[in-house]
Design a protein around this ligand. Sequence first.
Ligand code: FES
Ligand code: FES
Length: 161
Amino acid sequence: MSKHTINLTVNGKRRTLDVQSNELLIDVLRDRLYLTGTKYGCGIAECGACTVLHGDRSVMSCLVPAVAADGWEITTSEGLAKDGELTPVQESFVNLGAIQCGFCTPGMVVTSTALLRENPDPDEAYVKDYLRGNFCRCTGYVAIVQAVLDAAGKMKGAAAT
Ligand code: FES
Ligand code: FES
């Protein structure tokens, strides 16, 4: 096994880490940077619980070798709120009851954030399709989809003022 030095920016902080060639990004985030909001669900790109942002794009961190993330700018669920203020997506998830056990929630919120950066005016079908890689065993998805649409409405309203 070989060791490599990688540089990441995680939630705005520069990190330099020595990683093994078989180490995964999810393990670096959870076990070495203690960012445990990123969840380990399936490990095979089926559930979306491990989703983080790479720039504005959502990626499943269980699939990414840490060496491949060298130079990436990563945002985890912990990095979304600023100065204790929830993002519109987080606020809508809370207000509309889109959270039950909470295991899927960080991944759902991160993917929804990427969705709204890509398309600030989605319809219900677009949201359902975009979130198809994120599984929730509790909510039945209705409140989650409503929360994303609610957040989109709030963000549009804020942009118009
Ligand atoms: S843990 Fe990565 S997709 Fe399930
Ligand atoms: S809230 Fe429990 S898995 Fe989604």
